[in-house]
Design a protein around this ligand. Structure first.
Ligand code: PLP
Length: 417
């Protein structure tokens, strides 16, 4: 099969006979913005049907684990892989030594910081480890984290404790909380005399709770404490402006909500905070501080194709309009909240106050191990991962109201049966 034939089978487009690298011409244009205003339901239905390769029968509710890339992102990534195998040109960028200024510049515009404050990584876990391993700390120095962290934001500190004798203390968050102030207070009131670092999530992994980053970061700085945010779920789920948030470090996974290919992450360090980090992986330029954020990207040969897709995902967001996307995500999550709240015997783990969440909501049914519903959910092509005590629903722009209805109907049936 010729190259463009099999790409054609991916998107259902007949690509035979096109000149090389004209495949982009076959990408469907975005529906007109006017439609988003006049008939938003049709606009979003067209986005789902025309811009994603999701089959009609699939209800995908798990962006919180890993998002799915839309067609322009897939196409750009695939194009680069093909180009780099064909070598019809004499030079191609790879990733291994390049600072990727264009991509970092575009990303900086999107997340509200300077290009030099960004290092591209593969994911949040790598980013959190780069920060934790990069900071000088001595025995007895304390890291304060919350009890709602993901292993990617726990183990980096635990290893540092085992290796260097630092201590890790855990602040308990109220679930569900009454207010943002209650969350801030749970963390700030736990600062101790030896606390050097406070490490917490922007959106918590299990319940999708939005933590008051700025309040915590400002209070930490006033005490000389470094604030580290696990921002895995932040880019793409909601508006973020790092300058306004004011934290010292943040690690993120745009392959969740920003719809990049898997393996796209970043770290942010406020001002010159990245310069303070030891490189986790050392190769040439490991100590060349003039490179700013790019110094920590020198990690050996890498897959440049995903970074082409990274850029395409930013363009996709900017073309639709990030605010429009965030509003849709939140609207659907509110629908999901209402659906869940009507389930018999439900315990909502997400607060009713919708300023405390954006695209994810979580609930449990006390006494029921929700994992038993897995085969039923799979049989209905519903992609979600129930845990023993709770299940988290993630809504994105490809989520249909019908997907949520199907999920709740299936759940009710399963719980009754
Ligand atoms: C809050 C949080 N942090 C970190 C991670 C790890 O993300 P990644 O696997 O992209 O490193 C996750 C993944 O679900 C998460 O929810």
């Amino acid at each position: 099969m010729k190259r463009r034939d099999w790409i054609g089978t991916l998107f259902g487009a007949p690509l035979v006979g096109l000149p090389a690298w004209a495949d982009h011409a076959h990408l469907p244009p975005l529906p007109p913005v006017k439609l988003a205003e006049s008939d938003p339901e049709i606009y979003w239905r067209r986005i789902r049907e025309e811009q994603f390769v999701l089959p009609d029968a699939r209800a995908f509710l798990n962006t919180g684990t890993l998002g799915i890339a839309p067609k322009p992102v897939l196409q750009t990534t695939i194009d680069y892989l093909l180009q780099s195998a064909e070598l019809n040109v004499n030079e191609l960028p790879r990733w291994g030594g390049e600072p990727l200024d264009d991509l970092r510049g575009a990303l900086a515009g999107f997340v509200g910081c300077e290009k030099d404050e960004l290092t591209l990584t593969h994911n949040t876990t790598e980013g959190m480890n780069t920060i934790a391993n990069g900071l000088d700390m001595k025995p007895g120095d304390e890291v304060l984290r919350t009890d709602q962290e993901h292993p990617g934001g726990i183990c980096c500190w635990d290893q540092k404790a085992a290796r260097f004798g630092i201590t890790v203390r855990v602040a308990k968050l109220p679930i569900p909380p009454k207010s943002s102030a209650e969350l801030a207070d749970a963390i700030i009131s736990s600062f101790g005399p030896r606390t050097r670092v406070v490490s917490f999530s922007g959106f918590t992994t299990e319940t999708g709770l939005l933590l008051p980053i700025r309040t915590i970061a400002v209070a930490a700085r006033a005490k000389g404490i470094i604030s580290v945010v696990d921002g895995a779920h932040m880019p793409g789920q909601a508006f973020m402006n790092l300058r306004e948030l004011g934290c010292d470090y943040l690690a993120a996974s745009p392959h969740k909500w920003m719809l990049t290919p898997a393996g796209c992450g970043f770290i942010y360090g406020r001002g010159d905070m990245l310069d303070r980090l030891w490189a986790n992986v050392a190769t040439y330029n490991w100590d060349n501080r003039s490179l700013k954020g790019a110094r920590l990207m020198m990690v050996g040969t890498n897959n440049f194709a995903i970074f082409k897709g990274y850029r395409a995902a930013l363009d996709f967001f900017n073309q639709i309009g990030p605010e429009r996307i965030y509003a849709r995500i939140h609207e659907l999550a509110r629908v999901a909240y209402r659906g869940a709240a009507q389930l018999p015997k439900v315990r909502m783990l997400t607060p009713e106050d919708d300023s405390l969440y954006r695209g994810m909501i979580t609930f449990g049914i006390p006494g029921v191990d929700l994992r038993k519903l897995n085969p039923l959910l799979k049989s209905k092509m519903i992609w979600i991962v129930p845990g023993p005590d709770s299940v988290r629903i993630s809504c994105h722009i490809h989520t249909r109201r019908a997907d949520l209805e199907l999920f709740f109907e299936t759940l009710r049936g399963g719980l009754a049966g």
